[in-house]
Ligand binder design. Structure first.
Ligand code: SF4
Length: 322
């Protein structure tokens, strides 16, 4: 690992050369791999920012709340099950005990070419160098939101719950505090895959607000992976339903494991609105969700797996008590 300086942060903003340290569960791995090379770490664990609170407006989560704490909160499990489940199904218990919510949404891709500097070609790590995964080992890579420069899948789970439920994220930086839709935090790779978020230099995520809605209680996160624990999603679906009997008033859907960013499946939602929810309508919605999928050899199975995951998630959510 390269030398770096360590400080306890008194508060945002930092400057462009400062990297925030919370749980460290992603950052330290990438420093050891020589993928991330921060000169200064500012430890933010003394800043508070750990609230977990529900009120009439919704769910308020501090960026430094730990994944395990939120996943195990009985009120979150009851009123926002998709949030609790997306956190409980991620990583291992030890990692969930350490990892912060803010760090979790900013975790970097698991693309093997990105994580191993001995591979020369990776546009995300080394802009302009090419993409080793495009014609290489790409079984885990994305099929939605890709570009000719990068096909790396976004690896997280919690972010899908936030996107599906129209959460907001609060940020603090040199210009003060601002809030924006969580869906606007991550950006698709396009021609600049090294740019992953709309965070400004030195800006810090301080929290998330998940609005209350008639769909929040009938929500779930379904994750399909190579093994049943401690693995990243091959495909996942965060779904939330507001039903009038068997008819869909409103569906909220986000997909994971298949896209370059936490992926809102707006076409599938529109397809379901006003329809009786059954296997046929869920299948049509899933087909709409993956209509624009683009595969690259080894990941050709993902659209079908993604469709089946979404159909199953919708039918399971329909059976829930809300
Ligand atoms: Fe790098 Fe993206 Fe290509 Fe992976 S898919 S090698 S992260 S450019």
């Amino acid at each position: 690992m390269r030398p770096f300086s360590y400080d306890r942060a008194a508060g945002a903003p930092g400057d462009a050369g400062t990297t925030w340290l919370a749980g460290g569960t992603t950052l330290l791995d990438l420093m050891k791999l020589d993928v991330m090379r921060p000169e200064r770490l500012a430890d933010i664990n003394g800043l508070g920012l750990a609230e977990v609170r529900l009120d009439a407006q919704g769910l308020h989560l501090g960026a430094l709340a730990r994944m395990a704490e939120v996943a195990g909160n009985a009120e979150v499990q009851r009123h926002f099950p998709v949030v609790a489940q997306s956190l409980a199904l991620a990583a291992s218990q030890q990692l969930r005990n350490m990892a912060s919510l803010g760090g979790n949404v900013l975790q970097r891709t698991r693309c093997p070419y990105f994580r191993d500097p001995s591979h020369a070609a990776c546009n995300k790590r080394n802009p302009g160098s090419g993409c080793g995964a495009m014609d290489g080992a790409n079984r885990l890579q994305a099929v939605l939101g890709t570009s000719d420069a990068c096909i790396a899948a976004y690896p997280g789970d919690f972010a899908q719950a936030l996107v599906a439920l129209d959460a907001e994220v609060t940020l603090r930086g040199a210009a003060g505090e601002r809030r924006m839709r969580f869906a606007d935090l991550h950006v698709q790779p396009g021609t600049t895959p090294e740019r992953e978020t709309t965070l400004r230099p030195g800006e810090l995520i301080t929290g998330f607000t998940v609005p209350a809605g008639p769909w929040a209680a009938r929500s779930l996160y379904l994750k399909v992976r190579d093994r049943e624990s401690y693995a990243f999603a091959l495909a996942s679906a965060a779904v939330a339903l507001d039903l009038d009997g068997k008819v869909v008033r409103e569906a909220r859907i986000a997909l994971g494991g298949v896209a370059t960013v936490p992926w809102r499946a707006a076409e599938a939602e529109a397809d379901l609105r006003g329809k009786v929810l059954d296997e046929a309508s869920a299948t049509r919605a899933a087909e709409a969700a993956f209509a624009a999928a683009r595969t690259h050899g080894e990941n050709a199975f993902k659209p079908e797996l993604g469709r089946r995951t979404l159909v199953r998630a919708l039918l399971l959510a329909k059976r829930m008590e809300a």
